[in-house]
Design a binder for this molecule. Structure first.
Ligand code: ARG
Length: 458
């Protein structure tokens, strides 16, 4: 008979038992379930609801159960969920005493506690992994301060940039991902236990004491809200989705860059795989898989959002379905971050190829426009003049660098000798030192700030 079986007659249907069971998924919460239960019984004895000696026996047994689960000595197969499995085992080991553990709590507040305890650790883990990857990006930025490559918009040549600026762009995206998760942590870090099934309890419990034991700065304010919502799961999944979107874009850039037409970077053999039919192939599968797995993480977010969207208050069994998507999304994200840091630290950069491409496609057009503006032209007028120059060069198969001063002057009298130096690749990149720009000075400022962020507390 299950622990809730008092009002039931006869066995649960075999298929129903299997169908309602979540043990295969939620067994990974055992550590947090036990941690929460230990704090709970400590509180029960402190408040005089159970005897001190009873609490000691329960705690001892819970610790043994934890050890046995870790050693694979405890068969959890076929149990309804991790909470009932542990409670049943406790009663098996301690008899009457164990029957007291569920005093003043419900599985509804218990699962909310387990999830929040689990999420605190996982968020810490993910943010550490983000930091590791940020470290790699920062190092790449520092190492490539002289490397110039084309910057694209619409995947068309736009303006040349420093490779460092590219790596730093992803550094800052990941920095926001990290801060978003830290912010989400604040809302996860609220203690739900003691709100009972939905209404709280008439027993003289002390929720703040439990919060203290488990290192939560506060307890939840409303029992109905506490057992009803999974917004902290959804918030975490949305943070992970945005993070995976960033990793997916970085993957797309890398995949393009390894394509022979680009040949900007080479991913070492250890991070590539081959083709079963074409012997020459070396494919960027890791980057492709991360791009692909981002879809699965979005799926997790949509899955929990959809599960929650029409549930009446308070707890509904539908909510059991939040765990698989959450766990999968966290696993995928952690795996992707770890492998990314290793792969990126090992890429080989072909600076020559990058520079070659950076020199194509009228890269100095915007600089020439700015030049004319500095000499007094209105921006729109300057834009038109340079546009006409592009047309002229295309027709004559010339570049801005090969035009004579006389040709320049034929487009505008504002052009003087100094223009020839303004259209050099080096100058175009290095002069962009407005705050956040791609010039070396500005990039060095960013690197300094990025280091401060990484070495800071948050
Ligand atoms: N396994 C359940 C879940 O994950 C625990 C809560 C069950 N509560 C209940 N009233 N049936 O949501």
């Amino acid at each position: 008979m299950p622990l809730w079986g008092g009002r039931f007659r006869g066995e649960t249907d075999r298929l129903v038992k299997e169908f309602t069971s979540s043990i295969k998924v939620d067994r990974r919460l055992y550590r947090f379930d036990i941690m929460g239960s230990i704090a709970h019984v400590k509180m029960l004895s402190k408040c005089g609801i159970i005897e001190e000696e009873e609490s000691q026996r329960i705690i001892g047994a819970l610790e043994d159960i934890k050890e046995d689960i870790e050693k694979g000595k405890l068969d959890l197969e076929g149990k309804e969920d991790i909470h009932l499995a542990i409670e049943e085992e406790l009663i098996k080991r301690t008899g009457e005493v164990g029957k007291k553990i569920h005093t003043g709590r419900s599985r509804n507040d218990q699962i909310a506690l387990d999830e929040r305890l689990y999420l605190r650790e996982e968020i810490d883990r993910v943010t550490t992994l983000i930091k590791d990857l940020q470290g790699v990006l920062l190092e790449l930025a520092e190492r490539n301060l002289e490397v110039i490559l084309p910057g694209y918009t619409h995947l068309q040549y736009a303006q040349p940039i420093l490779l460092s600026q590219f790596f730093l762009a992803y550094f800052w995206m990941l920095e926001r991902d990290r801060q978003r998760l830290r912010d989400c942590y604040k809302r996860v870090n609220v203690m739900p236990l003691g709100t009972g099934a939905l209404a709280g309890t008439s027993l003289p419990i002390d929720r703040d004491y439990v919060a203290n034991l488990l290192n939560f700065p506060q307890v939840t304010e409303n029992s109905l809200d506490t057992v009803s919502d999974r917004d902290y799961v959804i918030e975490c999944l949305s943070c992970l989705s945005i993070l995976m979107m960033h990793l997916s874009r970085l993957s797309e850039d890398l995949i393009l860059w390894t394509c022979p037409s680009f040949s900007f970077v080479e991913i070492p053999d250890a991070f590539c795989t081959g083709s079963s039919i074409m012997p020459q192939k070396k494919n960027p599968d890791v980057a492709e898989l991360i791009r692909g797995k981002a879809g699965g993480v979005y799926g997790s977010l949509i899955s929990v959002l959809t599960t929650m969207k029409a549930l009446p208050l308070s707890y509904n069994r539908d909510m059991q379905e939040d765990k698989l998507p959450l766990f999968q999304a966290l696993d995928t994200t952690k795996e992707s971050l770890s492998i990314y840091a290793r792969m990126l630290a090992n890429i080989r950069i072909n600076a020559k190829r990058m520079r070659e491409e950076a020199g194509k496609g009228f890269f100095a057009a915007t600089d020439l426009t700015d030049y004319l503006v500095e000499k007094g032209a209105a921006f729109r007028e300057a834009h038109k003049i340079v546009g006409e120059m592009v047309k002229y060069c295309e027709q004559k198969n010339k570049s801005f660098q090969s035009l004579t001063l006389k040709e320049y002057k034929s487009f505008s009298p504002l052009f003087t000798e100094d223009v020839l130096e303004r259209v050099s690749l080096q100058r175009c990149v290095m002069s962009k030192n407005s705050a956040g720009g791609t010039g070396k000075k500005s990039v060095l400022r960013q690197i300094k700030m990025a280091k401060e962020r990484l070495n800071g507390d948050l």
